[in-house]
Design a binder for this molecule. Sequence first.
Ligand code: NZQ
Ligand code: ZN
Length: 388
Amino acid sequence: MNNFIFQNATKVYFGKGCVKEYLTCLTNDAKTILLAYGGGSIKKNGVYDEITGILKEAGKTIVEFPGIMSNPTYAKVQEGAKLARENNADMILAVGGGSAMDCCKAVSLAARYNGDIWDDFWARPGVIDFEPLPLGVVVTVAGTGSECNGGAVITNEEKKVKTGRDYPALNPRFALMDPTYTFSVPMRQMISGSFDILSHIMETYFSEPNEDNVSDDIMEALMKSVIRNLRVAIKNPEDYTARSNLMWDATMAENRIIKMGKKCDFECHNMEHQLGAYTNCNHGCGLAVLHPVYYRHIYKEGLPKFVRFAENVWGIARDGKTDEELALAGIEALAAFIKEIRLPITLKELGADKAQLKEIADSCGISQGSYKPMTHEEILAIFQECYE
Ligand code: NZQ
Ligand code: ZN
């Protein structure tokens, strides 16, 4: 394994009833709380009433920051920071998925920073040498794993750039994770969020080093868990065991544990983020379209790992197959799974404009962790191949 230092500053409270049990003591130090959420799902499923009830009973002043959109924008971050400042909020509570959590990580920084956080922290990596506004999160949908890392993906609409940065100083102080909160997530979002989990694991698994290491073993177990539990949750969305496994799979995929000692690829994420910047497509759906095509493009460079993926994740027997045939069979099993769970398989379905593919391809970041670092021409070829 490569050398590493590991710390995760987020304290997790997991399980049915955790919000009721712990929210009061976790917000003890705060008088004024910026309560941030998305488009209103929490008002329909009772989560808003539960949380505001607890905060009001504890005598908190609540400042509402609603309307955080999927693929949160820099303009929305600025709106939240202004609210936090004007109301002297001393804590942010983000309730939702990756969008609410990511937006609020950036708000926690912007609320305590006088310059332009896009220029100084997202356009290029910056140094956080001050204390951001404390952030706690209540997770309502499994997927990004944003609850246990310092990553925040923000879209700058003006510049047509969607980019993520990871600052450990932005790790939420606490994450409350009640799997029953995810029961109301629409089927399509549950599936695309689960594919995002799988993608995070694959983007880490398919990278060097390839020799026997514990991270790869953990990842095979996690991939099998996502596949198995998603199938159960599709049949019965209120299966607590399946929903709790998916919720923890999501955290495990992005709490940095599996990345230890690994290079990590994330080229599919680079491509998807720019597709998202141009089309505002759903993150997991964009990833589902790209993964099989990208892997057919790079598998020869990472052959032993693709063979392992076929055998250990999909249980495909060798039966006289060559390494190449086995590797391709694993990629085809992934493609078949994407069809089985009914995610999109073309960029056209995501609303991408064929005439813009070159511009989008040229704007994508190039990962140096890939088995085969892409050129912009190769990215365009991948986009064209999965267009329709
Ligand atoms: O906005 P509301 O009304 O709350 O509805 C949301 C939204 O429409 C709905 N939802 C969430 N919980 C629900 C629910 N509906 C019913 N019941 C519930 N309990 O689900 C929809 C999607 O929510 P969103 O937060 O946008 O989804 P997700 O968690 O997939 O986050 C996507 C964003 O995270 C970024 C993505 O690029 C995208 O911008 N990512 C963040 C990462 C990170 N910070 O580490 C890594 C990822 O790779 C990813 O890039
Ligand atoms: Zn993702």
